[in-house]
Design a protein around this ligand. Structure first.
Ligand SMILES: NC(=O)c1ccc[n+]([C@@H]2O[C@H](COP(=O)([O-])OP(=O)(O)OC[C@H]3O[C@@H](n4cnc5c(N)ncnc54)[C@H](O)[C@@H]3O)[C@@H](O)[C@H]2O)c1
Length: 379
């Protein structure tokens, strides 16, 4: 086995999800490359040390620049907020490191383009953690699309709904709540949630041509988490809905909010094609709903496929049929694909170029909402 020394930046939500993936991947997948938890970096020395001890990271850094400069690091993994991605990527690419970057790729498409060109110029392996592609049921949907089971696609309908920002007492900014500050996040639900929906849509259906969007910020002012006496305008989009036309002529609707009471992380899509339809809901992540109009008319109907058999995507690496896997496994599956790509020489997707395409759609959506007009993606 070849060792691959990882330097992780950030010990929050994604820091934990990625650490878990590095620990597990070689135990469940037969791989030529084995990740080594070499160093983790975050700004607080005490906290990062405690994190390293808990997860088995060999060393710590408090400045990502030092991590990027270390000769004993092969790959930089970015699990820090969106406004840090650009500078880290540019420095890591210059230092010749492989890069695994969290989504959204960047604060906006201009940054994303600069980052994509940097990794391509440096020729370093790169991946963006759009982990939902690695939900076995979504990968199965992709297989069905590629096999032509749905025929010509007419409609795509995506929703990404949460409910955790409804209270006006929730502050903004700082740990975890940086998502409510556009200077750190780039945007609200558009970059945070819809970026996932858009990545999945592009993967399943193809490129997006035009969009027409509306956004809303329901709570206009919030106190700062790190300075509770100061109240500031909320700069992110709390909710976003948009219409889209794909380049192949299919029509789509996308909706996202953090104000859908009772919806915790409902990420759904439905595809309607000439021969059939598909439906997926992350809150029932082990199932794919499939309708095939070519079945005989007496028995025709929606069927629920329990995506746990060993010949379903990724499931041969996990448990026996009927035993479901969870959220954390999507990161392990993604990492296995990244490492597999290094060994096979067939680079993993989604790479930076793929994530840039999603970023162009996000930019067009935000621009459309602002100007109240249709926008051509990337124009
Ligand atoms: N793929 C997914 O499903 C998914 C889910 C959640 C978050 N994300 C993405 O992952 C990234 C991190 O999100 P999170 O939820 O883990 O955030 P978080 O707030 O839980 O953790 C962020 C971490 O980054 C560290 N950090 C902040 N600034 C830093 C700096 N300058 N140098 C070093 N460390 C710094 C913080 O100390 C913290 O440990 C974001 O880009 C986010 O959009 C992706």
């Amino acid at each position: 086995m070849k060792k691959l020394n990882i330097g992780l930046i950030g010990y929050g939500f994604m820091g934990r999800a990625h650490s878990n993936a590095y620990l597990k991947v070689s135990r469940f997948f037969d791989l030529e490359y084995q990740p080594v938890l070499k160093a983790v970096c975050a700004r607080s020395a005490d906290k990062v040390k405690a994190f390293a001890d808990n997860w088995g990271w060999e060393s710590v850094e408090t400045d990502w620049r030092k991590l990027v400069e270390r000769d004993d690091i092969d790959a930089i993994d970015i699990g820090s907020p969106n406004n840090t991605h650009r500078d880290i990527v540019l420095a890591a690419a210059k230092a010749g490191k492989m890069i695994l970057c969290e989504k959204p790729l960047a604060m906006n498409a201009a940054e994303g383009l600069e980052m994509t060109e940097a990794v391509e110029k440096a020729g370093v392996p790169n991946m963006v953690w759009f982990n939902y592609r690695r939900v076995p049921a979504i990968t199965l949907a992709k297989q069905f699309m590629d096999e032509g089971r749905l025929g010509r696609v007419f409609h795509y309908r995506a929703k990404y709904l949460q409910d955790w920002t409804i209270s006006p007492d929730l502050p903004q900014g700082g740990a975890a709540l940086w998502r409510l500050d556009a200077d750190v996040a780039g945007s609200g639900v558009t970059g945070d949630l819809l970026a996932h929906s858009i990545d999945t849509a592009i993967w399943l259906i193809g490129g997006v041509d035009k969009v027409c969007a509306m956004t809303e910020t329901f709570i206009k002012e919030r106190a700062l988490q790190d300075d509770p006496g100061t109240v500031k305008s909320v700069t992110i989009d709390d909710a976003c809905a948009f219409l889209a036309r794909f380049k192949n002529g299919a029509l789509a609707t996308f909706e996202s909010t953090r104000y859908a009471r009772g919806r915790k992380n409902q990420n759904t899509f439905e595809v309607n094609g000439e021969f059939g339809s598909l439906y997926f809901d992350l809150e029932d992540a082990h199932q794919l709903q499939y309708f095939d109009h070519r079945n005989d008319s007496q028995s025709r109907g929606w069927r629920t496929i329990l995506v746990t058999d060993s010949d379903h995507p990724y499931m041969g690496h996990w448990w026996v049929p009927g035993c479901v896997i969870g959220y954390e496994h999507t990161f392990i599956n993604a990492l296995a694909d990244f490492l597999g790509g290094l060994a096979s020489g067939v680079p993993v997707r989604p790479n930076f170029r793929d994530a840039l395409e999603t970023q162009y759609v996000c930019d067009a959506v935000l621009d459309s909402a602002k100007t109240e007009t249709w926008k051509t993606v990337g124009a």
